[in-house]
Design a protein around this ligand. Sequence first.
Ligand SMILES: NC(=O)c1ccc[n+]([C@@H]2O[C@H](COP(=O)([O-])OP(=O)(O)OC[C@H]3O[C@@H](n4cnc5c(N)ncnc54)[C@H](OP(=O)(O)O)[C@@H]3O)[C@@H](O)[C@H]2O)c1
Ligand SMILES: *[C@@H]1O[C@H](CO)[C@@H](O)[C@H](O)[C@H]1NC(C)=O
Ligand SMILES: *[C@@H]1O[C@H](CO)[C@@H](O)[C@H](O)[C@H]1NC(C)=O
Length: 314
Amino acid sequence: MAQFSALEKLGITFLAAILFTILINVLKFVYTYVVGPTMNKVDFKSKGKWALITGSTDGIGKEYAKELAARGCDIILVSRSMDKLKTTAEEIEKDFKVSTKIIQANFSDGEDIYDKIGREIADLEIGTLVNNVGVSYIYPEYFLDIPDWKQTLENMLKTNCVSVTRMTGLILPGMLKREKGVIINVGSGSSMIPSPLLTVYAATKAYVDKFTEGIEMEYNKKGIIVQCVMPGFVCSNMSGIRRSSFFAPTAKAFVKSAISLVGTTSRTTGYLPHALFLNAINTIHALTGRFGVWLVTRSMENSRRKALKKYKKQ
Ligand SMILES: NC(=O)c1ccc[n+]([C@@H]2O[C@H](COP(=O)([O-])OP(=O)(O)OC[C@H]3O[C@@H](n4cnc5c(N)ncnc54)[C@H](OP(=O)(O)O)[C@@H]3O)[C@@H](O)[C@H]2O)c1
Ligand SMILES: *[C@@H]1O[C@H](CO)[C@@H](O)[C@H](O)[C@H]1NC(C)=O
Ligand SMILES: *[C@@H]1O[C@H](CO)[C@@H](O)[C@H](O)[C@H]1NC(C)=O
């Protein structure tokens, strides 16, 4: 190094540090998305005969139900609309030759539903729980201007936070007795990035993230696999995105990827392009501060304006 000046040495060290960081991150991605899924395959059926999925008649939840049925689990569907429950159960029985059970529950309702669900599942060996149910704003909006304020927020807290907590409380004891089980909680990438105009939704998903982290720390050593999945955009009724793209996969493609990461990582976006997308936003935010926030806010305000125009027309 004798021929380099002190400044050059500093530059070389700095460059090496950057290259090293990039290399570590690439290796992490390769492990998480390529090596891990082939090494740590989880046999869901061996964890227990039944898998219970909340919010399982549409979108991401329905795809988790189908993926778990394809792996031989019998399926318990818990959702709001009876007709959708029946058609989904029929479809799964026919396509995967497994048993199904349906439980109608509106997670915006009170306490009673957990007594009811508890009674219905009392004798069932549930090896996998997917806490998927969740609701968001019907369009991005400033906190104080959310329509039907009190009811909307109460429903959101109950459906997004209380459900995850109570369903885990119902099902974890049986898993502990058998010393095995998988709990997958569906959060959202919105809790990892700046999320103005979706404040309460993102905050409920931050709860899911933190709750999952703690449960994982407490019960992983007892044989329970716990994972928080925090997707970016996925085509579904909730997101309003119909056509799939690189950054917004179909629910089917998303779940195929996310479920392959169970056993490899306990906190994930579930889908490589989502990880890249969220990392890019956070990098811009970290480098530019308020400018990043301004960018996100402007884009949220745009979708708010568009949605309001659409609602006024109807
Ligand atoms: N789509 C995305 O871009 C995205 C991104 C990040 C995170 N997520 C999260 O992924 C999860 C699933 O979202 P999704 O896009 O698949 O939603 P979705 O297509 O709207 O499906 C929601 C499912 O949950 C049920 N459900 C909704 N509210 C309910 C309630 N109060 N009680 C009982 N069941 C209820 C629905 O049943 P009914 O049809 O009968 O109401 C439906 O089966 C949510 O937790 C969401 O926050 C989604
Ligand atoms: C679910 O429950 C909430 C709160 O009780 C209610 O406002 C909503 O209409 C119910 N939804 C359905 C589809 O029953
Ligand atoms: C789709 O979502 C809207 C609210 O965003 C809701 O009113 C409608 O019932 C949902 N449709 C289906 C098929 O779930």
